[in-house]
Design a protein around this ligand. Structure first.
Ligand code: TTP
Ligand code: MG
Ligand code: MG
Length: 442
């Protein structure tokens, strides 16, 4: 099939067809072989190798795949306790529905939408399938979230017999065929612009931003395109009269740094398309933890234990969602006078289970409940591993096996009926401190 690529593939004047992958030599608007209008042409088409891939309307796409009746209907994934939209398919988006919108607003905008509550387990599984297809392209895959990753395809041409641009186009096709959802890809010389490119023509997009055009391209864009410029910082910039990246390009580095500190340096570099960050496959979290600052300082284990339990469950949920486990349990306490105490213990096997994290945390906490008043409690795991070796059936410790089984059953119930359906004795009804804030750190 790829014989057509032959020797001319690296000629930058030649494009290719995203549908049949045939080389396009002339300026025709449609593929000379299959007639498709989805042609790729770019002067740097065969020179770029940093890619960003993101699935289109991910949760919604998975649900549409699994229920063909939904194909042409507006679909919203969300609801549940917080009552917000997780995502919406592109049909619902035409009507104005967006992620994080309150559900009632979304339904005002699109009353005919089909609303489906999220099935995280399924999305995690599909996300992993997509990821392992990426890992077949290059070992340099840096996952960013459940549905997206950076890939560095440098040096993979020999392996694939194709340059990165074609590898990406073929990848997008394979995901459609093998998994049944669509992705968008961006190709550039750096991570910043690869991500910008993948977002450019969603869904089923494939965009390229070359080195030669980067500065001109960026000049027209709003500052919010820059990594780290959220709503609050954009408002600060706006109050200084800065709206476009072009305005930043005309400012001096020293001036930007004086005004905005280290962020000023980032603005300076990214506005000029300078981004030397590498694609790092093990850039994954080094630990997974959750912590909370109390409304009033606490000292007794009666107060601290329920919080530890709730936080352990939070950590466990995140581990399970990401398909990872941790071998060392880390307890963190901050005293009334802001001194931090961390205590850790290594387990025999890595764990994902709330109960094992909690029990170990309890042992560590027992030594610290000596009357000291604490303002913060955190629990987490480090030494992260895959799940393969986590929580093996423990024939000796029957108790711990029973607890693991019970926890599996509770997870299943929570998935089915929502988080509040199951509460353990420790988290039940212990007042406001029993429900930690969303102070979660990696
Ligand atoms: P995104 O990749 O940001 O969004 P998306 O895949 O739904 O749509 P697209 O990339 O085509 O713009 O997020 C991936 C999934 O993460 C999304 O399907 C649902 C979930 N998510 C939330 O639960 N809440 C949110 O606010 C966002 C942005 C995403
Ligand atoms: Mg996405
Ligand atoms: Mg995404």
């Amino acid at each position: 099939m790829f014989a057509v690529m032959s020797t001319s593939v690296n000629d930058p004047s030649h494009g290719f067809c995203r549908d049949c992958l045939a080389v396009q030599r002339g300026p025709a608007m449609r593929c000379t072989k299959c007639g498709s209008p989805r042609l790729m042409r770019h002067p740097e088409l065969y020179a770029l190798h940093i890619a960003h891939i993101d699935c289109d309307a991910f949760y919604a796409a998975v649900e549409k795949r699994d229920n063909p009746e939904l194909k042409d209907k507006p679909v919203i994934i969300g609801g549940g306790k917080r009552g917000v939209v997780s995502t919406a398919c592109y049909i619902a988006r035409i009507n104005g529905v967006r992620s994080a919108m309150p559900m009632f607003k979304a339904l005002e905008a699109c009353p005919q939408a089909v609303v489906i509550s999220p099935n995280m387990e399924k999305y995690v599984r599909v996300g992993r399938e997509v990821r392992s297809m990426m890992q077949a392209l290059t070992p340099l895959v840096e996952p960013i979230s459940i549905d997206e990753a950076f890939l560095d395809l440098a040096g993979t041409e020999r392996l694939h017999g194709l340059p990165p641009a074609l590898v990406l186009a073929r990848f997008a096709q394979s995901v459609e065929k093998e998994i049944g959802i669509t992705v968008s890809a961006g190709l550039s010389y750096c991570k910043f612009l690869a991500k910008v490119a993948s977002d450019f023509r969603k869904p089923r997009g494939f965009s390229i931003i070359g080195e030669a055009e980067a500065v001109t391209f960026l000049a027209e864009q709003p500052v919010t395109l820059i990594w780290g410029v959220g709503k609050a910082f954009a408002a600060t910039l706006e109050s200084d009269g800065i709206r476009t990246i072009g305005q930043i390009q005309r400012m001096e580095r020293g001036d930007l740094m004086r005004r905005y500190g280290t962020m000023g340096d980032r603005l300076y570099r990214l506005s000029r398309g300078q981004d030397t960050r590498r694609v790092e496959p093990d850039h994954d979290a080094k630990s997974v933890s959750a912590e909370t600052t109390f409304d009033t300082d606490l000292a007794s284990s009666a107060d601290l234990v329920p919080i530890l339990r709730a936080l352990s469950e939070k950590v466990s949920t995140r581990l399970k969602k990401s398909g990872i486990a941790g071998r060392t349990v880390v307890l963190k306490l901050k005293t009334q006078d802001f001194k931090i105490r961390t205590r850790n213990r290594q387990l025999g096997d890595p764990t994902q289970l709330a109960d094992r994290i909690f029990q170990t945390g309890m042992q560590l906490l027992a030594k610290e409940t000596d009357g000291t008043k604490y303002r913060l409690l955190g629990i987490g795991v480090s030494d992260l591993t895959g799940v393969e070796k986590a929580d093996p059936p423990d024939l000796i410790d029957v108790q711990s096996r029973k607890r693991a089984l019970a926890e599996g059953a509770m997870d299943a119930l929570r998935d089915k009926f929502g988080k509040t359906a199951v509460e353990t004795g420790y988290t039940f009804g212990k007042g406001r401190n029993a429900h930690p804030r969303e102070d979660v750190e990696d």
